[in-house]
Design a protein around this ligand. Structure first.
Ligand code: FAD
Length: 676
């Protein structure tokens, strides 16, 4: 009886900690008081008494008394971490610190606040943006003949190039004062989605100048002169830009580019000026073969001290007219029968004045940070939009085809096997669209959520692969034989482009998402890592001790949460409203708590070695990604007014995400290097 009373009190305590009803310190004091009264009232025999007192007292004393904590916990731990933490390179740090942290942090930290999710406003088009989609975008789609583009001409016809320039499709992100359309990220994404559903070649041609590239870099980092000169010309298509980062020896490891520029004097417009002599070799550059201005990333050096006392200046970005002497534009690549322009370029002893550097001389060496910051926005717009375009077209044509195509005297869509594939196409498209909308609401409110955009790029394109494969299977021979009326095969062919560009998916999944997510979303990890590298030891000890105290509280709270939500089958987890859909919120809350505990354990036990455990990191990325999609799905359903007709799609998507989240977390535990 006594023990039952005690267990009841313990469960109540765990619940209160889980729901964070009271400050942690008060709870520790209250529970010790309760235990004391219980002991004095004779509620324990010796065994249970010792067990409970030691379980309670050990952590409370060790964590709660600063002197003890510092001497026996935080100081020795800090010393060990300072020895074993692998050094972080400047490029790694820039990549990790790029962008901001948003909704994913709520999911990561184990207690998503549903009110926060409800308060986000999903984006809507302005009247001007809607008119553009109903007008020029419709007209463009009517002009497009993808078979002519990809099979006969291998390019967009001249009238489409002219139409794109005339209607400022290349200046969607450029402010109106420079002649651009100044569209929201949502409008940009919606335009790309619609065009890509007609022609991937046209979609990519439009998306690239609006995505990571010269205009985006100029708007954020350019000098006023550069903006005044280039932005109007980019907006109306007088200049066609490309951005060249990748080369034969640096693909995913873009920070390792061998391309370089050396500070020197040289001739520019008949005068001797200070500048850089560049040599580079780039490949796979979209729009490169037709570009009039090259955005170029290279490493700058100053061996003669012309710019200061530093020799290795770091990655730098410049805008260089394509007709500058020394530049060679190579023959076009042929990317899986897509006809967007793509090819190599190189430069031999190309002299540029310092004015060509984006942002001028003071931005020499800031190129890497500029690129990763811009990437954290761009990858949330273009390719996720293209993936949604593939999903929506497959829903439309594959659903219709499954109805009209009959075998065994029955529409093939009525066979359960086909039905299952159709359900995947519909459910995944709903979830990808939901992820797109939630991400765009962040981007349009000025956030740059780098982990979310990495998730969206990676998983929207992966799900596009699944959807298009399903659509191909359902179409059978109709999808395989190429010709003007095959609306599916080009999407199937070009799938790997979306998978590979703007961060190849294997790398993004297994290295970036959880690696960056853990450091950015965890409330204490970054502070602990910073303390480990601080030069002043007493500052380091103070910072680390405070972070450790918070970290312990965070871990215990999440542990209690995961336990109590787990044993109650998620019934004790909060939800914004009751009912069937409310239950998915509860489940997600339970998943989030369990994720936070396992992620924390993995990080605590493996420390810096985690960086090399990509199989684990990839599975944690999946788990975080599926939580994101589940929450986005619920958000979309709610924002749309909870239409009953959407319920099957919402339930399919929510179950799919929660199931895979759980599997990924469980598999990651089985892959854990310590078997216990
Ligand atoms: C059609 C097309 C258009 C492009 N447009 C441009 C452009 O406009 N500008 C530009 O600069 N670049 C462009 N690129 C280049 C693109 O960004 C690169 O292809 C991409 O970065 C991958 O580099 P890579 O092809 O050399 O592959 P690699 O870097 O050799 O990668 C091969 C595989 O290894 C994986 N991998 C690599 N490192 C790791 C790791 N640490 N952990 C796990 N997996 C890893 C990758 O995920 C990938 O699956 C384009 C490429 C294509 C195909």
């Amino acid at each position: 009886m006594n023990i039952l009373l005690l267990l009841g009190a313990l469960l109540a305590l765990i619940y209160i900690i889980a729901r964070q009803k009271f400050p942690f310190r008060n709870l520790a004091q209250a529970s010790i008081l309760f235990l004391l009264v219980f002991t004095l009232a004779g509620g324990f025999n010796l065994f249970w008494g010792l067990l409970f007192w030691s379980v309670f007292l050990a952590p409370v004393v060790l964590l709660g008394i600063p002197r003890l904590r510092q001497s026996y916990l935080s100081r020795p731990l800090l010393q060990r971490i300072r020895k074993i933490l692998p050094p972080m390179s400047a490029t790694e740090r820039d990549a990790i610190e790029a962008g901001s942290v948003w909704w994913e942090a709520e999911l990561f930290r184990g207690a998503p606040d549903w009110q926060v999710l409800q308060d986000y406003r999903l984006p809507v088009l302005s009247a001007q943006e809607q008119a553009f989609i109903d007008g020029p975008v419709e007209q463009l789609c009517a002009m497009i003949d993808d078979w002519d583009i990809t099979h006969k001409r291998m390019d967009l016809p001249p009238e489409i190039w002219d139409f794109l320039k005339q209607h400022r499709f290349f200046g969607m992100m450029i402010p109106q004062r420079y002649g651009g359309l100044e569209f929201s990220a949502y409008a940009h994404s919606s335009v790309v989605t619609k065009i890509s559903s007609r022609s991937i070649s046209a979609g990519v041609t439009v998306m690239v100048p609006n995505s990571l590239g010269p205009a985006e870099l100029l708007m954020h980092y350019g000098t006023e002169e550069q903006k005044d000169f280039y932005l109007p010309r980019l907006a109306d298509g007088r200049e066609i830009p490309c951005f060249a980062l990748t080369g034969p020896f640096a693909g995913s490891d873009a920070g390792a580019i061998p391309d370089h520029g050396v500070a020197c004097m040289g001739e520019y417009q008949g005068k001797q000026v200070l500048g850089l002599r560049l040599n580079w070799d780039k490949r796979y550059i979209t729009l490169g073969p037709v570009a009039t201005v090259l955005g170029l990333a290279f490493k700058a050096f100053d061996p003669d001290g012309l710019l200061g006392d530093q020799e290795d200046l770091g990655i730098t970005c410049a805008l260089i007219p394509a007709n500058t002497p020394g530049i060679t534009i190579g023959n076009r690549h042929f990317p899986l029968n897509a006809a967007f322009q793509n090819g190599p370029n190189s430069g031999k002893d190309v002299f540029i004045p310092l004015d060509y550097i984006i942002g001028g001389q003071e931005n020499i060496g800031n190129g890497w940070r500029m690129l990763v910051e811009s990437l954290s926005v761009g990858r949330g717009i273009s390719l996720p939009a293209l993936a949604v375009a593939a999903g929506k077209s497959c829903v439309r044509h594959t659903g219709a085809y499954a109805h009209v195509r009959k075998q065994f005297n029955t529409s093939i869509g009525k066979f359960e096997g086909v039905e299952e594939a159709l359900a995947r196409i519909g459910g995944m498209t709903y979830m990808m669209e939901a992820g797109r909308l939630l991400t765009l609401s962040a981007l349009d409110s000025g956030e740059r959520p780098s982990v979310i955009t990495a998730i969206l790029k990676c998983y929207n394109t992966e799900h596009m692969r699944q959807i298009v494969n399903d659509a191909m299977d359902i179409h059978g021979g109709r999808g395989i034989c190429m010709g003007p009326s095959n609306y599916l095969a080009r999407a199937y062919q070009t799938l790997p482009v979306g998978i590979t560009v703007e961060g190849a998916n294997i790398l993004t999944r297994s290295m970036i998402i959880f690696g960056q997510g853990a450091i950015r979303c965890h409330p204490y990890l970054m502070r602990e890592m910073d303390a480990a590298t601080m030069a002043d030891l007493s500052d380091a000890e103070e910072t680390f001790d405070q972070a450790l105290r918070g970290h312990a509280e965070y871990f215990i709270t999440n542990f209690c949460r995961a336990f109590i939500y787990g044993i109650s089958g998620s019934h004790l987890a909060p939800a914004p409203y009751p009912g069937r859909v409310g239950n998915y919120y509860r489940r997600l809350g339970q998943m989030s708590a369990a994720f936070a505990v396992t992620a924390d354990l993995v990080l605590m036990i493996l420390g810096g070695a985690f960086k090399r455990k990509e199989k684990l990191s990839g599975r944690f990325a999946d788990a975080l990604g599926y939580m994101f999609y589940a929450s986005a799905t619920l958000k979309k359903f709610e924002a749309d007014g909870q239409p009953r007709s959407d319920l099957p799609l919402v339930e399919w998507s929510a179950k799919y995400c929660l199931y895979h989240q759980q599997v990924m977390r469980d598999v990651s535990i089985s892959k854990f290097p310590l078997k216990w």
